[in-house]
Design a protein around this ligand. Structure first.
Ligand SMILES: [Mn+2]
Length: 478
C-alpha cells in the first residue's frame, strides 16, 4: 500500500505521540493548534479566559466556580482560614498530569500544550501555573525539579535548563507567591532504578546528591519554605539481593549532607520526609510516620526533619490519615500535609482530591491541636481522574478539595465549642487525675508500690469506653 505524503505525516505524528505516551512525556498536540505543533514559543496570552477569579459565595451557591465553605479572610478558632490551610498547587499533577495510566495513553490535551518537551514549553506551562494560582487565589505552589524544566544531556545542561525556568518563575511569582516546598525527582530517570541515596551504585549516589543540592538551591532562591524528600525508589524489591543496613546508613548520610548544605547556604526551610509504604518499590524505607520517626531518632536527625503526611500514603500503609497526622504531631514532627485521598476499592495511590467531610474533619482535629502547620501547609498532591478532560475541571477539583477541608475546620470549631467530645475523653482518663495517677505519669510509681495498691483496692471497676457516643457527637458536627 502506497501512502500520500500527508498520510505518512499522520503516521509519523502518531508514532511520536505514542513514544511520548509510553515514556510518560508531554501529551498529544491538540488538533486546533496544528500549525503551532512544534515548539511554538512562550505564548504570553491568557490561559484560562473562560475562568473568573474564584470567589467565596457561601453554602447556598450553586456556582461550580465559587467557594461555598472556604472563605480566606474569615477567622475561625482565632486564625484566618487561609492561614490554617496555606493551600498549595502541585505543579506535577496540575500541569504535567496527562491522564496516562499503565494501560492507557494520555487523555488530556490542554490548549497551551504543544506536544514538545522544550524549554519554551516549560516556560509557557509556568505562565499557565501562575495564572491558575492567581485565579484560584492561593499563594503557594510545589514542584519537582524535572517537572518544571526538561532534563538535559548532562547534569550541567539540566541545571542550566532549570535555572532558565526558575528565573521566569521568580519573575512571575511577584512579591506574594512562593513555593510551599520544592523537591528533586529521583525516581523517573532509569539511573535511579535502584534508588538515589540507597542505590547500590556509588555514581548514582553522587548524581542524586548533586541533583538535590541544586534543587535545594532553587527552592531557596524562589523563597520556598520547606524542602521534601519522597523516596519513591529508596527501598527494595527483594531482601535477597539487598544490604538493607548499608542502604539505611547511606540514606542517613545523604540526609545529613542535605542538612549541612542547607545550613551552609542559609536556607532556613524545614526539611520534610514523606512516608509511603510501597509503590513503586515493594518496600519503601519511609514506610509510615512511626517508621520514619524511628529512622530519624536512630540517626540523630529527629531535630532536623519533620514529616509530610500524605493521606493516600497513610491508607496504603494500613492506617487512617488521622492516625498518621496524629502520630507525627505526637512526635513533634508534623510538618505538612499532602491533601489527597485513595479509593477503598482500588489498591494503589490514586491521588484523588479529598472530598470526604468526615475524613477532613478528623485530619483538622489534629491540625488544630497542632496549632496549624506553618511553615508547612496543605499541598494538593492530587490529580484529575483520567476521564476528566475539561480545563475547568482543574479549577473545580481544587475548589472542591479546599471546600472539603474548610468544612472540616468549621466542624472542628463546632466540636470544640460544643465541648462534649473533649469532656468524654477527659472523663475517660480522669482516674489518672488523682494523686497516684500523677505519681505514675511522673515515673515515680514502682511495681512494689503498685502491687500494694492493687491488693488494697481489689478488683477495679472498669467503665464503658462510650465509642458509639463519641461517634454520635462527631457525626452531629458534620
Ligand atoms: Mn505526595
Amino acid at each position: 500500500m502506497k501512502m500520500k505524503p500527508a498520510e505518512i505525516c499522520m503516521v509519523l505524528l502518531c508514532l511520536s505521540v505514542l513514544t511520548f505516551g509510553v515514556i510518560g512525556g508531554p501529551q498529544t498536540c491538540p488538533a486546533n493548534l496544528e500549525s503551532d505543533c512544534n515548539d511554538s514559543g512562550e505564548w504570553k496570552g491568557e490561559f484560562f479566559p473562560e475562568i473568573p477569579k474564584i470567589k467565596y459565595e457561601g453554602p447556598s451557591s450553586k456556582n461550580p466556580l465559587a467557594f461555598k465553605w472556604f472563605n480566606a479572610e474569615e477567622v475561625i478558632l482565632g486564625k484566618k482560614m487561609k492561614d490554617w490551610f496555606r493551600f498549595s498547587v502541585a505543579f506535577w499533577h496540575t500541569f504535567r498530569g496527562t491522564g496516562a495510566d499503565p494501560f492507557g495513553a494520555p487523555t488530556k490535551s490542554w490548549p497551551w500544550e504543544d506536544g514538545t518537551n522544550s524549554l519554551a514549553m516549560a516556560k509557557r506551562r509556568m505562565r499557565a501555573n501562575f495564572e491558575f494560582i492567581d485565579k484560584l487565589g492561593v499563594d503557594l505552589w510545589c514542584f519537582h525539579d524535572r517537572d518544571i524544566a526538561p532534563d538535559g544531556k548532562t547534569l550541567e545542561e539540566s541545571n542550566a535548563n532549570l535555572d532558565e525556568v526558575v528565573a521566569l518563575a521568580k519573575e512571575l511569582q511577584g512579591s506574594k507567591v512562593h513555593p510551599l516546598w520544592g523537591t528533586a525527582q529521583l525516581f523517573m530517570h532509569p539511573r535511579y532504578m535502584h534508588g538515589g541515596a540507597t542505590s547500590s551504585e556509588l555514581g548514582v549516589y553522587a548524581y542524586a546528591a548533586a541533583q538535590v543540592k541544586k534543587a535545594i538551591e532553587v527552592t531557596h532562591y524562589l523563597g520556598g519554605e520547606n524542602y521534601v524528600f519522597w523516596g519513591g525508589r529508596e527501598g527494595y524489591q527483594s531482601l535477597l539481593n539487598t544490604d538493607m543496613g548499608r542502604e539505611l546508613d547511606h540514606m542517613a548520610r545523604f540526609l545529613e549532607a542535605a542538612v549541612a548544605y542547607k545550613k551552609k547556604i542559609g536556607f532556613n526551610g524545614t526539611m520534610l520526609i514523606e512516608p509511603k509504604p510501597q509503590e513503586p518499590t515493594k518496600h519503601q524505607y519511609d514506610w509510615d510516620a512511626a517508621t520514619s520517626a524511628n529512622f530519624l531518632r536512630k540517626y540523630g536527625l529527629i531535630g532536623e526533619f519533620k514529616l509530610n503526611i500524605e493521606c493516600n500514603h497513610a491508607t496504603l500503609s494500613g492506617h487512617s490519615c488521622h492516625h498518621e497526622v496524629e502520630t507525627a504531631r505526637l512526635n513533634g514532627i508534623l510538618g505538612n500535609i499532602d491533601a489527597n485521598t485513595g479509593d477503598p476499592q482500588v489498591g494503589w495511590d490514586t491521588d484523588e482530591f479529598l472530598t470526604d467531610i468526615g475524613e477532613a474533619t478528623k485530619v483538622m482535629l489534629s491540625v488544630v491541636k497542632n496549632g496549624g502547620l506553618a511553615p508547612g501547609g496543605f499541598n494538593f498532591d492530587a490529580k484529575l481522574r483520567r476521564e476528566s478532560t475539561d480545563v475547568e475541571d482543574l479549577f473545580i477539583a481544587h475548589i472542591s478539595g479546599m471546600d472539603t477541608l474548610a468544612r472540616g475546620l468549621r466542624n472542628v470549631a463546632k466540636i470544640i465549642e460544643d465541648g462534649s467530645l473533649n469532656e468524654l475523653v477527659r472523663e475517660r482518663y480522669s482516674s489518672f487525675d488523682s494523686e497516684i495517677g500523677a505519681l505514675i505519669e511522673a515515673g515515680k510509681a514502682d511495681f512494689e508500690f503498685l502491687e500494694k495498691k492493687a491488693i488494697e483496692w481489689g478488683e477495679p471497676k472498669v467503665p464503658s469506653a462510650k465509642q458509639e457516643l463519641a461517634e454520635m457527637i462527631f457525626q452531629s458536627a458534620l
